[in-house]
Design a protein around this ligand. Structure first.
Ligand SMILES: Nc1ncnc2c1ncn2[C@@H]1O[C@H](COP(=O)(O)OP(=O)(O)O)[C@@H](O)[C@H]1O
Ligand SMILES: O=P(O)(O)O[C@H]1O[C@H](CO)[C@@H](O[C@H]2O[C@H](CO)[C@@H](O)[C@H](O)[C@H]2O)[C@H](O)[C@H]1O
Length: 473
């Protein structure tokens, strides 16, 4: 019985915190148990689907793992070894194309295996002749490419109920929205006792199979290429003029793309209203939201001391929001909008990953919000992109007013303005006309990022902290 294998549990507890997608790196694992184990293939190699129940600081999270078991571990799989149990190697089978093809077969057949249900989105069949390759993006989940046809996202930390990415993508696919990849199928865990559905009575989404937009380039890589050009460009008039330079002269200027991205964002926001509706948030709830933002700031300052010097400016922004609170429209939004979530294809920008912020509860992620929340998220991403290369070269925190920092600031300002222009011109709320709300939303996102980086990528922490130093000044 796999669930009572102590050697396996011990190996998993040692391996899990080292995974990019593990969201609990800021504290020890108090207990790890195997919640469900479903055999998808026996023999050698064998494949088991596991749900790991991980208790940390009184809270239990559920993580999904495809566990491969082999007597001999070929070289190509050694980097994903978890350990050995009774003389057999166990490893992360998301990287084993011999085993992942079972997922496509099961989806095509709309199979049911134990508590796992394999679903198809529409009438069209699912190809089963494709080999998978995991992508190596900076991800909270693990995605497998099947040829250049499908991308299958295996959700790592499971949320209760229907996954938002599935819910939103299906709704927008069915409305014919051109800015999301079409959904082909999904895998879910049927409702059941304990961790299975957390009492919601809803299936838990485990994976999502969508169109792979193989010609697309993600917004983050495009933006970083542009920042690189911008840093490399030698100004004609000397260092002091760098901030005022015409960025379009540097080559690789991103502003026109940023503007188009703003327009696509406004169009998706409209489609979300069409699919899920809109409501008015009373002023009292806006005030409550401002006070929640401040409570998050207090908690974040406790966890990350580097945030404390900015706390006063952030609180002032939240107080301004509360003081000027008036009823505002709220709707379903993307919820974790940044340059890594958008792809530029030959036909325009496509938005990905409607799951919301991985560190929030499902309830928080599904909550309606002002659409400018996404705009604020993307503006933060321009700040990140502008400073990423400085951080990578090890010169963070840069000297205030320093050469590269001045340039980074100029790049971010140019692209932020272009994005907002595109958003407003395509019918979205004009960010310039909502200064108080925008400032509070941007700070809220920056606080989230500081916590996110502390928990997941401590080496990145200086990026949001440095940009906060500028925004809060
Ligand atoms: N449908 C798709 N077509 C092409 N690439 C995709 C697609 N979906 C995701 N990607 C790529 O995978 C990366 C991570 O996807 P995402 O859905 O954001 O995963 P996560 O939730 O783990 O962050 C994206 O930045 C993008 O580069
Ligand atoms: O894409 P995810 O849903 O996994 O989002 C989480 O991870 C993101 C990083 O991969 C993180 O985004 C932050 O870093 C980005 C650069 O890597 C930057 O463009 C974003 O602006 C910044 O927020 C995101 O916050 C987190 O939820």
């Amino acid at each position: 019985m796999l669930t009572s294998e102590t050697a396996l549990v011990r190996a998993l507890a040692e391996w899990l915190p080292r995974q990019r997608w593990f969201g609990g790196k800021d504290g020890p694992i108090d207990e790890l148990t195997i919640g469900t184990a479903t055999a998808l293939r026996s023999g050698d190699p064998a494949l088991h689907h596991l749900i790991l129940d991980v208790r940390q600081n009184g809270v239990t999270d559920h993580y999904q793992l495809l566990l491969g078991v082999r007597r001999e571990l070929p070289h190509r799989l050694q980097h994903v070894e978890i350990g050995t149990v009774h003389g057999a190697f166990v490893y992360d089978a998301a990287h084993d194309a011999d085993l992942t093809r079972i997922l496509l077969d099961a989806l095509a057949a709309e199979a049911a295996v134990g508590p796992l249900r394999f679903r198809r989105a529409g009438g069209a069949g699912i190809r089963t002749d494709l080999t998978s390759l995991p992508i190596t993006a900076e991800q909270s989940n693990t995605s497998l490419l099947f040829g250049d046809t499908y991308i299958c996202k295996l959700f790592r930390r499971l949320s209760q109920g229907v996954n938002l990415d599935l819910e939103v993508n299906l709704a927008l696919t069915r409305r014919g929205c051109p800015h999301v990849p079409a959904v082909h199928g999904w895998i879910e865990l049927e409702p059941g006792p304990g961790a299975r559905d957390g009492g919601t009575g809803e299936p838990v989404t485990l994976a999502l199979l969508s169109d792979y937009l193989h010609t697309g380039a993600d917004g983050w890589s495009l933006a970083i290429a542009s920042v690189r050009d911008w840093f490399a460009h030698t100004p004609p008039a000397g260092d002091d003029e760098w901030a005022e330079l015409d960025a379009s002269a540097a080559g690789g200027d991103f502003a026109a793309e940023a503007e188009r991205l703003g327009a696509a964002t406004a169009q998706v926001h409209r489609a979300l209203v069409g699919a899920f509706g809109v409501r008015t948030l009373p002023a009292a709830e806006v005030r409550a939201a401002a006070s929640r933002m401040n409570a998050e700031l207090t908690a974040a300052c406790r966890a990350v001391p580097g945030l404390r010097p900015h706390a006063k400016a952030l609180t002032a922004a939240y107080l301004d929001l509360a003081a000027q609170a008036e009823p505002m429209p709220v709707q379903r939004v993307h919820g974790d909008y940044h340059l890594g979530q958008v792809l530029r294809t030959e036909s325009g920008w496509t938005l990905l990953d409607f799951e919301g912020e991985p560190a929030r509860t499902q309830h928080e992620r599904r909550a309606l919000a002002h659409p400018l929340r996404d705009v604020a998220g993307m503006l933060r991403s321009f700040e990140y992109a502008a400073r990423f290369l400085i951080a990578k070269s090890g010169t963070v925190p840069p000297e205030p007013g320093g050469r590269l920092e001045t340039r980074a600031h100029a790049w971010a300002a140019r692209n932020r303005a272009a994005f907002c222009r595109g958003y407003a011109a395509a019918g979205g709320a004009d960010p310039a006309a909502h200064g108080v709300l925008m400032r509070a939303l941007e700070f809220e996102k920056a606080v989230y990022e500081v916590r996110y980086e502390a928990r997941n990528r401590p080496a990145w922490l200086p990026v949001p902290l440095t940009s906060l130093a500028h925004l809060a000044a």
